[in-house]
Design a binder for this molecule. Structure first.
Ligand code: SAH
Ligand code: SF4
Ligand code: F3S
Length: 443
């Protein structure tokens, strides 16, 4: 019987992509996936450091994993516990100290070394192996070929960040910006399409800062890459995330006019509606510039709708600054959004800024913002009732005979549908809407 692995993924879509690539490594290495941690011979936590809560959760999960490891040991079974992702990059010493039973820890740029590390551990002398290099080689050159898990796939095209927003750990955990060459991306896209992908979601911490080289060594932008990918037979849908507003260029805007595969939904995080706060955050856009980008995009394609990320309670944020965030929401009318209370991250400039806000104020502002955001989200969903959308069914629903998929606007939609419609794009008429999902009828 082959050994089993269990992966728990925290954080952003890049981590979901990394976990998938690690799964492929492990399966090629002879492991089989399990959803039950107690059955796993290898337990992997792919971690996120973005906010304090996410990072702390890992340590409680590790504590639980250690208990399971001891239970299994009593039954004569060995368990390897590994940690990967952004917490490792930021807190490798903390992991060794607080969770000394961890067998290995690999940073987000070194997980291609997984087979080598596992071989070492199996010959183990009991010590923890930690590898948090920012290696000179690109991990992508060493990963086994990617393959689809279903109709939708992520594809990392860019990684790292040079923007250094004053609240954010990502430039420290993912390192400097790196863009994969055009051919490498196109080849991976072809592999994914050949194994069932209909929708590609291109990933990068700042995906629209993409500047990968073509085969002649010329740097190309994201628009060029999107146009190349749109030529591939069999690819029905394209998305990209996350975009940095100041780096949205006219080329990219024109893609939304020209490419029918590009879905009419864009995640464009603004963070705050106040120029004073945007400046303190070191964002390279102000409110007016951000709104101008939105206007240009809507002009290029009037079907486009937007989502965003918000931080409330950044140091020095006054009631008036916060009101400007609310008024920006009223202008853009986002159809989805993620909003967070500012979390003080060690080592970032904002963590030591004066005028840190009380938890109570942050919570009140978050509640008020989310009420407004949910209101727009609900209104948009309700306005979809009666309309017909192409839905890509991605998974079985909770009830028998039901499938769940996504509309072009990333809404979750469930409908009665035969399992042979799984991983296919089907016309569905929307019949009901709530804040978080739609339901409809296949036509
Ligand atoms: N690269 C992307 C997003 C990276 S992190 C971008 O620039 O938009 C995802 C989101 O987490 C951010 O957009 C931000 O809203 C939030 N975030 C990052 N650091 C945070 C912090 N210290 N406290 C609260 N939210 C934070
Ligand atoms: Fe973090 Fe800012 Fe970079 Fe986004 S652009 S990853 S928020 S530093
Ligand atoms: Fe978290 Fe790292 Fe992504 S900190 S949000 S997993 S880049």
């Amino acid at each position: 019987m082959s050994e089993k692995y269990f992966i728990k993924t925290f954080g952003c879509q890049m981590n979901v992509y990394d976990s998938h690539r690690m799964s492929v490594i492990l399966e090629n290495f002879g492991y089989e996936a399990t959803d039950n941690q107690k059955d796993a011979d290898l337990v992997l936590f792919n971690t996120c450091h973005i906010r304090e809560k996410a990072a702390e959760k890992v340590f409680s999960d590790l504590g639980r994993a250690y208990l399971i490891k001891q239970e299994r040991a009593a039954e004569g079974k060995n368990t390897i516990i590994g940690v990967t992702g952004c917490v490792v990059q930021a807190e490798d010493e903390q992991i060794a100290k607080r969770a000394p039973y961890v067998d290995f820890a690999l940073g987000p740029l070194t997980y291609h070394r997984l087979p080598e590390i596992l071989t070492k551990i199996r010959r183990k002398r009991g010590e923890t192996v930690i590898d948090t290099d920012f290696p000179a080689e690109a991990k992508f050159d060493f990963l086994p070929e990617n393959r689809s898990e279903g109709g939708c796939s992520f594809l990392a095209v860019q990684e790292g960040c040079n923007n250094f927003c004053t609240y954010c750990v990502v430039p420290y955990t993912r390192g400097a910006e790196y863009s994969r060459p055009v051919k490498e991306v196109v080849d991976e896209a072809k592999k994914l399409i050949a194994t069932g992908t209909l929708e590609l979601n291109l990933l990068g911490q700042n995906v629209n800062s993409y500047h990968g080289e073509d085969e002649n060594g010329k740097e190309r932008n994201l628009a060029y890459l999107l146009r190349k990918l749109a030529e591939l037979d069999g690819l029905k849908r394209l998305r990209y995330t996350t975009s940095y507003p100041a780096d949205v260029d006219d080329d990219l805007i024109n893609c939304h006019r020209d490419l029918p595969q590009l879905m009419p939904y864009l995640h464009l995080p603004v963070q705050s509606g106040s120029d004073k706060i945007l400046k303190a955050m070191n964002r390279r856009h102000n409110r007016a510039q951000y709104l101008e980008v939105i206007e240009k995009l809507k002009k290029a394609n009037d079907k486009l709708r937007f989502s965003s990320d918000f931080i409330v309670g950044f140091p020095g944020e006054t009631d008036d600054d916060f009101k400007q965030t609310l008024s920006l929401v009223n202008e853009v009318k986002y159809i989805q959004a993620f909003s967070f209370k500012y979390s003080r991250r060690p080592g970032t400039p904002a963590a030591v800024m004066p005028n840190q806000l009380e938890e109570k104020v942050k919570k009140e502002r978050l509640d008020e913002l989310q009420t407004l955001l949910f209101d727009y989200q609900t209104k948009f969903n309700e306005a979809c009732v009666g309309k017909t959308f192409e839905v890509l069914f991605e998974q079985q629903g909770r009830h028998k005979g039901q499938l769940i998929g996504r509309t072009p606007y990333m809404q979750n939609l469930h409908a009665k549908a035969d399992t042979n419609m799984l991983n296919k794009i089907v016309d569905v008429k929307v019949e009901q809407a709530t804040t978080n999902s739609l339901s409809g009828k296949v036509i």
